[in-house]
Design a binder for this molecule. Structure first.
Ligand code: UT7
Length: 325
C-alpha cells in the first residue's frame, strides 16, 4: 500500500498588503519586518472566505490529480478562522464541490492543523475506511488579527492550500513513510484567541481584544526551534532516514529565522528548505500546502525525492510527515 499525494492546489485572495502599507498602519518599518521575519507582503481576504478559498484550492488539487469531486471519500479542512461555526467549513466545501459521497469535517490545530489533518486522513485510508481524501489548510486570519498590534499584525496572511491523497495500491516505495505529531496544552497561553464571548470568563465587560489573537512571539519562537527538530527526527526514525537523506524540507512558513534555525539544528543545508514567506506571510494551517503546491507546479519536486513536511502552532501543536514523492 502506498498512500501518496497525487495532486496539489492553492488559492490566495486578490488583495495584497505590503510592508509599506503596514508602515502606514502601525509603528513599524519594511526593514524591520524583512530582517526579523523574511516577509515583504501577504494576501488579505476581502470577499474571499475560508470555505471559498478551500473550495478553489480543492478544485485545483483534483484537477492536478486528474480526479473528480464525485469520487472523493473524505474532506478534512484544517482551520482556526472559519467564518461560520455551523456547518463546518469542510461540509460547505463539500457542497461547493458537489462531493456528495465524502465524509467531511474540520480540524483545529491552528498552524499545525494541516499535518494533523494529513495524519488523520492517513489513518482513515490505512484502515481501509476510505480510499482517498482531500486535505485542506484554509485561513482568513486577517479577521482575528489586532491591526493595532505591531507584534502580530505584520506576520499573518490569508490563503488556502489543498492536497489530494490516495491509496495508490502500488509498491513502488512512493507515499507517506513516517509521521509524528504532538501537543503541549500546558504552553497554550503563548498564543491564543478567545474568539467569542464566553460566559463567566469574559464577563462582565466584553473587551474586543478578547476576540483577537494574543501572542508571546519570543516564547513561540523558542518553542518552535526546540520542538520542530525533535518532531522531525521522530518522523525520520519512523521512515528509517537521517536528516541528510531528505531532499526538501517544506516547513510551516512562520518566520525565516525559525526555518534557518531548524536547518542549523538538523545540520542540513538551508538550500533544502524552500520558502515563500516573502510573498505570503504566515498563513497558518495553509502555509505548508501552499508552498507544496507552488513547488509542485514549478516542477521543483521530482518523482522519487524524499520530502519532509513539518509545522507547529497554537495549542501548542506540532507535527511532521516524511514521504517519497
Ligand atoms: O504560526 C506560529 C505563529 N507565531 C510565530 O511563529 C511567532 C514566532 N515569533 C517570531 O516570529 C518573532 O518573535 C517576532 C517576529 C514576533 C518578533 O521578533 P523578535 O526578534 O522576537 O522581536 P522581539 O519581540 O524580541 O522585539 C524586539 C523589539 C521590541 O522593541 P524593544 O523592546 O527592543 O524596544 C519590539 O517592541 O522589536 C519591537 N517590535 C517591532 N518593531 C518594529 C516588535 N514588533 C515590531 C514591528 N516593527 N512589527
Amino acid at each position: 500500500m502506498g498512500i501518496a499525494i497525487l495532486g496539489t492546489g492553492s488559492a490566495l485572495p486578490e488583495k495584497i498588503l505590503t510592508n509599506f502599507d503596514l508602515e502606514k498602519m502601525v509603528d513599524t518599518t519594511d526593514e524591520w519586518i524583512r530582517k526579523r521575519t523574511g516577509m515583504r507582503e501577504r494576501h488579505i481576504g476581502e470577499k474571499e472566505t475560508v470555505a471559498s478559498l478551500a473550495a478553489t484550492a480543492c478544485k485545483r488539487a483534483l484537477e492536478n490529480a486528474g480526479r473528480t469531486a464525485d469520487s472523493v471519500d473524505l474532506i478534512i479542512v484544517a482551520t482556526c478562522t472559519t467564518e461560520m461555526l455551523l456547518p463546518c467549513a469542510a461540509c460547505r466545501v463539500q457542497n461547493m464541490l458537489g462531493a456528495e459521497h465524502a465524509i467531511a469535517f474540520d480540524i483545529n490545530a491552528a498552524c499545525g492543523g494541516f499535518l494533523f489533518a494529513l495524519n488523520t486522513a492517513h489513518h482513515y485510508i490505512a484502515s481501509g475506511a476510505c480510499k482517498n481524501a482531500l486535505i485542506v489548510g484554509s485561513e482568513v486570519l486577517s479577521e482575528i488579527i489586532d491591526w493595532t498590534d505591531r507584534g502580530t499584525c505584520v506576520l499573518f496572511g490569508d490563503g488556502s492550500g489543498a492536497v489530494y491523497v490516495e491509496d495508490t495500491g502500488t509498491e513502488d516505495g512512493s507515499g507517506i513513510t513516517g509521521m509524528s505529531q504532538g501537543s503541549n496544552g500546558m504552553a497554550g497561553s503563548m498564543l491564543y484567541c478567545r474568539g467569542r464571548v464566553v460566559k463567566g470568563e469574559t464577563e462582565p465587560e466584553i473587551n474586543s481584544e478578547d476576540l483577537l489573537v494574543h501572542m508571546n512571539g519570543g516564547e513561540v519562537f523558542k518553542f518552535a526551534v526546540r520542538q520542530v527538530p525533535v518532531c522531525i527526527k521522530k518522523a525520520l526514525d519512523m521512515a528509517g532516514l537521517k536528516p541528510e537523506d531528505i531532499d526538501l524540507y517544506i516547513l510551516h512558513q512562520a518566520n525565516k529565522r525559525i526555518i534557518e534555525s531548524i536547518a542549523k539544528s538538523l545540520k542540513t543545508d538551508i538550500e533544502r528548505f524552500p520558502m515563500n514567506i516573502e510573498k505570503t506571510g504566515n498563513t497558518s494551517s495553509a502555509s505548508i500546502p501552499i508552498l507544496l503546491d507552488e513547488l509542485n507546479r514549478e516542477g521543483r519536486i521530482k518523482k522519487g525525492q524524499r520530502i519532509m513536511l513539518s509545522g507547529f502552532g497554537a495549542g501548542m501543536t506540532f507535527g511532521a510527515c516524511a514521504m517519497v514523492w
